[in-house]
Design a protein around this ligand. Structure first.
Ligand code: ARG
Length: 409
């Protein structure tokens, strides 16, 4: 490492107000000689890269763009296997952060940086998600917005004084975070939980209208084809976002409990995630045993919590995935979902691993696998036996006869 390397910092750069003011601040307040802006592609719209490039140029900032779309799609597919949602949200922003953080760290290490920096505030989740990855390295971690206690107003004034290229700090009414897996919209009047979101906040989903079906094929829990057409992960997700979005599928409006305890009202669009999660779950319902399904619900919840926290690299996540992957070997086949009225629900599933015997479930067969109808009599005698006994005891001890009654006590 040369002396000048000691004073280089890699900044997670989007070209927005926060990260733009960070550039001069890192030089002036933190004393770095060289700032490198890194923008990581996790499927943001092209316009965001244009903005980042333009702003970097105007700032005379060395700018790197890293394509992490495939790594991100791979993580999204792990989320599908885990049927993962957090409070109804398929975790798009949460899953993207560790991928972005890791990509920035790689650039920082290549470029011999002494530090990495982000423009997150001290209120949100993203500061924690980025730093959970970065603090595993030897580099210093810098969070100018949080550390200097900056407000948007201050940033806008500072940008105006310095003539920074922030397009007047004019980033619209809504705060938007968009990637391959979801589009999150917050801020403005949406901060008021009683405010009904206007149609204009939606970009990926049309007003629900019309109906169609989509068939998704899975191999060992991974989506591999849509309506019979094989597609690699990034293309498959993009295709479904577009297709299911036309039917208004994949809108959620949640009161989200953030990691620091704040409740924040957040709106999301995620057509592909909705379809893939519904289809995957439907296929699992056919091929997993009752016990596998029951235990997996708990595992999934744990996976989603860690993913929300940006901790997908944690050992416990690998352990949870040990269970998940063990179950996925039979999650091959297809499921069809109907898109209708902005919802998607499974209407068909098919797999050679179905834990299902039409012959056994049918009302029309007398004896199957040596089991007669009459064999259920013994089971019926035992069923609820312990409860009947316990109620008898309670009746004797407390003089109270529990009964099924419509009267409220
Ligand atoms: N609250 C979400 C999360 O922490 C997403 C935040 C997205 N940001 C935005 N500006 N809408 O995962």
């Amino acid at each position: 490492m040369t002396a000048s390397d000691e004073s280089t910092v890699a900044l997670a750069f989007s070209g927005g107000l926060d990260t733009t003011v960070c550039v001069p601040l890192l030089e002036e307040e933190y004393g770095y000689d060289r700032v490198i802006g890194v923008t990581v592609d996790v499927g943001q719209p092209e316009a965001e890269f244009d903005e980042a490039r333009r702003t970097a140029e105007a700032l005379d900032l060395e700018h790197h763009v890293v394509d992490a779309t495939e790594a991100f799609a791979t993580l999204c597919y792990r989320a599908v296997k885990a049927n993962a949602t957090y409070q109804g949200y398929p975790l798009g922003t949460a899953l993207a952060r560790p991928v972005i953080a890791a990509a920035i760290l790689e650039v920082a290490e290549e470029q011999g940086c002494a530090a990495v920096a982000h423009g997150c505030t001290g209120k949100g989740n993203d500061q924690l998600r980025f730093e959970a990855v970065w603090r595993g390295s030897d580099l210093d971690v810098i969070a100018p917005v949080r550390e200097l206690g900056l407000t948007r107003e201050w940033e806008m004034e500072y940008a105006a004084e310095r003539d920074l290229p922030v397009e007047g700090g004019n980033e619209g009414v809504w705060s938007i975070d968009q990637n391959l897996w979801s589009r999150a919209v917050e801020g403005g009047e949406l901060e008021e939980p009683s405010y009904i979101p206007p149609e204009e906040i939606y970009e990926w989903t049309a007003e629900p209208d019309g109906t169609t079906t989509v068939e998704v094929t899975f191999e060992a829990g991974r989506p591999v084809a849509v309506d019979g057409e094989e597609l690699p992960p990034v293309e498959l997700i993009e295709y479904l976002n577009e297709y299911a979005g036309q039917y208004g599928v994949g809108r959620t409006d949640v009161m989200e409990d953030r990691m620091l305890g704040l409740k924040v009202r957040e709106n999301y669009e995620h057509p592909a995630a909705s379809v893939l999660l519904a289809a995957h779950q439907a296929l699992e319902d056919l091929v997993l045993t009752k016990e596998e399904r029951r235990v997996k619900r708990g595992i999934e919840q744990e996976w989603a919590e860690k993913a929300y926290e940006g901790l997908v690299f944690a050992p416990v996540v690998r352990a949870l995935e040990g269970f998940i992957d063990e179950t996925q070997s039979v999650v091959s086949g297809s499921a069809t979902v109907r898109l209708e009225g902005g919802t998607c629900r499974a209407v068909a599933r098919d797999s050679e691993y179905a834990v299902y015997s039409e012959e056994m479930a049918s009302f029309n067969t007398e004896s199957v696998a040596g089991i007669e109808q009459a064999d259920a009599t013994g089971v019926a005698k035992y069923h609820g036996l312990q409860d009947r006994l316990a109620n008898e005891v309670a009746d004797r001890v407390r003089g109270r006869v529990p009964s099924i009654s419509t009267d409220e006590e």
